[in-house]
Design a binder for this molecule. Structure first.
Ligand code: ATP
Length: 246
């Protein structure tokens, strides 16, 4: 029903080969929630996203996304309903594409090849490029854009999937503060406008959008605590998490 959890994790562990990168993680998210996940490098934040996205290797526990158990066989089908904005990569294979082409890859899963994308999806792509603030840059190669503009294109690409869930991996990393603010504002807008359930990963508490309903902290592959943004801003909690005074 409307109120049943969109995401359920029960005592989940995930591994790369024999290396267990995340363990004992239990979490439930309701529709419309916005969870911020913080924690130091190597805490397992990205691993958590890959588990939800159906790309991680789950070695224990139970994962259910949008009412569907996540296993190897359902992952591809489920992935269509989950928008994923990855961390900026130096060698992103999308970089030679124009902004429009990169955004249109958001519907490859349904439609196959770029030349077969129907006019209706091209119009939607135009609309989303405008929404994210990339008007006039549609024909530029992605590689010629600023980091902030590339993240905007990645968000438009995710929106073209008509996702119900949006996963964001350090979307403001390596951006200057003004670009960071712009991206956080955009994330807030799309979360609200499309009624998404969103999850953002960051190592910096100050780069969470102000619409976060809860914040989870991770350390050494474990979920240490999940609480309100207010409670999580406590200096005691942060020093415990990072092992230093901030
Ligand atoms: P960061 O902010 O550095 O990305 P994170 O919290 O996202 O940190 P993860 O990327 O989830 O952390 O990594 C958790 C652990 O898993 C780390 O010990 C890391 O070295 C390991 N790990 C991550 N990716 C791989 C991989 N592809 N193969 C092997 N081990 C990996």
């Amino acid at each position: 029903g409307e109120d049943s959890p969109v995401l359920i994790l029960e005592d989940v562990a995930a591994a790369y080969g024999r290396h267990v990168a995340m363990r004992g993680v239990s979490l439930r998210l309701r529709r419309g929630e916005f969870l911020g996940v913080i924690g130091p490098n190597g805490a397992g934040k990205t691993t958590l996203l890959t588990v939800l996205n159906g790309l991680g290797r789950i070695v224990a526990g139970r994962v259910e996304v949008l009412g569907i158990p996540v296993t190897g066989r359902t992952a591809r089908h489920l992935r269509r309903r989950i928008g994923y904005v990855a961390q900026l990569q130096e060698f992103d294979p999308l970089l030679p594409m124009t902004v429009t082409e990169s955004v249109l890859t958001g519907c490859y899963g349904r439609l196959g090849l770029l030349r077969r994308v129907p006019a209706s999806e091209r119009r939607k792509a135009e609309e989303f490029m405008q929404l994210v603030g990339l008007s006039g840059l549609e024909h530029r190669p992605l590689g010629h854009l600023s980091g902030g503009e590339r993240q905007r294109a990645a968000i438009a690409r995710a929106l073209l999937q008509r996702p119900e869930i949006l996963l964001l991996d350090e979307p403001t990393a390596s951006l200057d503060w003004q670009a960071q603010r712009g991206i956080l504002e955009l994330i807030r807008t799309v979360h609200e406008r499309f009624g998404l359930t969103s999850l953002i990963v960051t190592h910096d508490l100050n780069t969470l959008p102000d619409v976060c309903t809860r914040i989870a902290s991770m350390k050494d592959g474990r979920l240490v605590r999940v609480d309100t943004p207010r409670a999580m801003a406590d200096p005691e909690m942060l020093s415990e998490l990072y092992g230093t005074r901030i």
